[in-house]
Design a binder for this molecule. Structure first.
Ligand SMILES: [Fe+2]
Length: 466
């Protein structure tokens, strides 16, 4: 979605605004940015702090302060010597240009989020929000937020104007820059296809304070570096355009598979804490509805995994998903320390395995899984093939996975070595008449997984959600 395609907020009458504020428990008088003097006083005070993990040198702090005081809009690299080139995706935050309705939209979202976060977020996340003062009734001023984040974690904000390509997204991560939009969803709009400040800041930023999660984020950046370094080496030896294209496609595919580990942890991860389920994924915690759903809904599968276990990691990297609705499966790690095993090298190796083997859809439950909740939407791995042959409906994730697996299983040669790596765009091209042939000899389907297929592990849930 381009900037110009975005929906803009319809205008509301003062009475309508009051009603919206009341419904979310917001005092309209508090929806007011700091005065310029107060803003600079706070910024000066933050910049002067030296007893922090990443102190800012007085010289750099002064330049940063003068930029803010002089009305220079916030942009990437405002604080450190290193920066990242965001090319056409670079944006600036003009904090003084946000409208009252945009600030109110932030305030309403945060008010809704806080209700569920305080019940279901892990304690480190809540502490991170407090540390960065995420909350309040005004869209965060990136000059202030960025200085706070940098001092505590070494991460910085990289302002972008829309969703950016995965390669650039993870390049930023490699240098501890986190891409954030400067756009706030229109008032009274709950669902957005693309991330906004409500997701990027109120979802992600607090997770930078969880050391293993922050390291996992950066390690995804380093995994990207390894994948594209190898791509460039192979490209330098490519003999023709077709070979070069295949090499580029393979690198993009490997990154897409690596991204699944990020998806099921950084975006949609759950962790056990004091024998209860808690969320730490930014995708979960930026959505008040999904926060409660991820922990409580009987519809979702909840599968306990140990990321340090090779088989569990392959399960993660081979699980496909959709971004357009609440997740059908959440993976739970027993402890944050287990994420430490996800080094850049392991992430790349797992992605390489994913390129060779059949994948699972986000509904699949696999014999041997340690299941905390067998979701209403759960299916066995074979169901998708039979539905495909029978022409029955299924979601895009099942369909995509079924067709891809058919292609992989029908190949006689190793997809990594034949120069014709899987192209995600051609997944729809399996000739339908050949499908029954491909299914010959496949085990009979069992459409609903049984409790006996998996290890069901009862856990005590958090108090009932209202
Ligand atoms: Fe995100």
């Amino acid at each position: 979605m381009s900037e110009s395609d975005r929906e803009t907020s319809r205008s509301f009458s003062p009475a309508e605004l009051q009603k919206i504020a009341d419904r979310h428990g917001i005092d309209m008088a508090e929806v007011a940015p700091r005065t310029p003097e107060e803003r600079l006083r706070v910024l000066r005070q933050i910049l002067s702090q030296q007893d922090v993990a990443f102190p800012i040198s007085p010289v750099r702090a002064e330049v940063y302060f003068q930029n803010a005081a002089g009305g220079v809009p916030f942009t990437v690299g405002a604080l450190s010597e290193t920066s990242v080139d965001l090319v056409e995706y670079a944006a600036e935050q003009h904090h003084d240009r946000y409208s009252f309705e945009e600030h109110l939209s932030w305030a309403c979202l945060l008010s809704d989020q806080q209700r569920t976060k305080h019940q279901f977020a892990c304690r480190e996340y809540l502490a991170g929000e407090e540390l960065f003062e995420i909350g309040g009734t005004v869209i965060p001023d990136y000059y202030i937020l960025n200085a706070r984040i940098y001092q505590q974690t070494g991460w910085q904000l990289a302002t972008v104007n829309r969703i950016i390509p995965a390669e650039l997204f993870f390049t930023c991560h490699s240098y501890r820059f986190f891409p954030v939009t400067t756009f706030m969803r229109p008032l009274e709009q709950d669902y957005l296809q693309e991330p906004d400040i409500g997701h990027d800041v109120a979802g992600h930023v607090a997770t930078f304070t969880i050391p293993t999660v922050a390291r996992l984020m950066q390690d995804h950046g380093k995994a990207r570096d390894l994948i594209y370094k190898e791509r460039d080496e192979r490209l330098s030896k490519a003999n023709n355009e077709q070979q070069a294209k295949g090499i580029c496609t393979r690198a993009d595919e490997l990154l897409a598979y690596a991204e699944r580990i990020y998806w099921f942890t950084v975006e949609f991860g759950l962790v056990m804490q004091d024998d209860e389920l808690r969320a730490f994924g930014a995708g979960i915690l930026s959505s008040p509805g999904e926060t409660a759903y991820s922990v409580h809904s009987p519809a979702a599968n909840r599968i306990l995994i140990d990321p340090s276990n090779e088989q569990n990691l392959v399960l993660l990297v081979c699980t496909d998903y959709l971004i357009s609705e609440y997740q059908k499966t959440y993976f739970i790690t027993q402890d944050f320390s287990l994420l430490e095993s996800l080094t850049p090298e392991r992430i790349v190796r797992a992605a390489e395995k994913a390129a060779r083997v059949p994948h699972f859809s986000w509904r699949d439950v696999i014999p041997g899984d340690t299941v905390l909740n067998l979701g209403q939407a759960a299916t066995t791995v074979n169901e998708k093939y039979y539905r495909l042959v029978a022409g029955q409906s299924m979601d895009d994730c099942m369909l995509r996975t079924a067709i891809r697996n058919m292609q992989v299983l029908s190949k006689e040669t190793d997809p990594l070595d034949d120069g014709t790596q899987l192209d995600l765009n051609t997944l729809w091209s399996v000739p339908m008449p050949e499908l029954p042939e491909l299914l010959k000899g496949a085990p009979m389907p069992k459409f609903k997984p049984q409790a006996s297929d998996v290890e069901l592990k009862p856990i005590s849930f958090v108090a009932d959600y209202k």
